[in-house]
Ligand binder design. Sequence first.
Ligand SMILES: Nc1ncnc2c1ncn2[C@@H]1O[C@H](COP(=O)(O)OP(=O)(O)OP(=O)(O)O)[C@@H](O)[C@H]1O
Length: 310
Amino acid sequence: MNVMLSIDGLEKSFKDKKVLHNISFEVRKGEIMAILGPNGAGKSTTIRNIMGIMYPDAGSITFHNYEGNEIPRHKIGYLPEERGLYKNVKVMDILLYLADLKDYPLDKAKERILMYLKKFDLEGKEKVSIEELSKGMGQKVQFIGSILHEPELLILDEPFSGLDPVSQELFKEEIRSLADQGTAILLSSHQMNLVEEMCDRLFMIQKGHKVIYGTLDEVKTEYANFKCTINGRNQLQDLEAIADVERVEQHENSATLYLAKDVNPSQWLKLLPETLIINELKINRVSLHEIFIDIATGKNLLQEAGASDA
Ligand SMILES: Nc1ncnc2c1ncn2[C@@H]1O[C@H](COP(=O)(O)OP(=O)(O)OP(=O)(O)O)[C@@H](O)[C@H]1O
């Protein structure tokens, strides 16, 4: 375990409104760590404190062994939530400018820019000005700007918003490959399916408080109960009467049975009545999306738990 970024006891208020309460987590070399939470939870505020755009009221931010203003920010890549590059500048010029800001050698930067433009289907666009690009193309250029100087830590605030599925896939592959090469990645996203596919660990924040922190497997084992989907025309009351069924969602000829925590699926399957009509049956854990909605809508009592401390 090689910790690259460590956040410890972060507190932040705007006027008299406290928006971050004792936030602590770390990001390790070669991992994708997701920071998740409903709108207004405090994700961007956390990220802006890490980037030195604002300063915490209490707590520490350590990158390698550097703290606060000592942090060598040229070793960090950052894609902010608010998009936008200078409009009337050519793609190559803006990217070289960003590389220069990070003290990255310009000849090497130029090579990497051309390589990335090709990779992101923007080959030949180096002389086009930013204002002539579509929104998605602009976002690709901004993403290239955040990774071009080979940062050790990459912070991506909502990188997938506004991208079509093909571009999402390109970003996803690139982010995974950067992590495989050792980059530490902190990713904020509302697209739970993508987070579930990509991240190694996650930190979930709600109203400025930690609600979950752990590896994806730990979070699923701890919070994602099993659900059983049955294809077959059955009576709702028969399904609801099955042991350990907490809730049933029925649609025409299929039903999803949400099971109680700690149910052992192999034992539970033996309890199914013989009269049940089953054309198809599958058992999965509920998705990260469902866990997120439970927490965000307050159905879940995890707030008190503080979850695992991976
Ligand atoms: N500059 C600011 N001045 C006052 N309040 C702010 C400021 N920036 C953020 N806030 C408040 O802090 C809280 C957290 O906001 P933040 O932008 O960190 O949330 P978020 O989790 O990134 O949300 P979203 O998913 O909507 O981007 C919100 O209540 C927001 O109104």
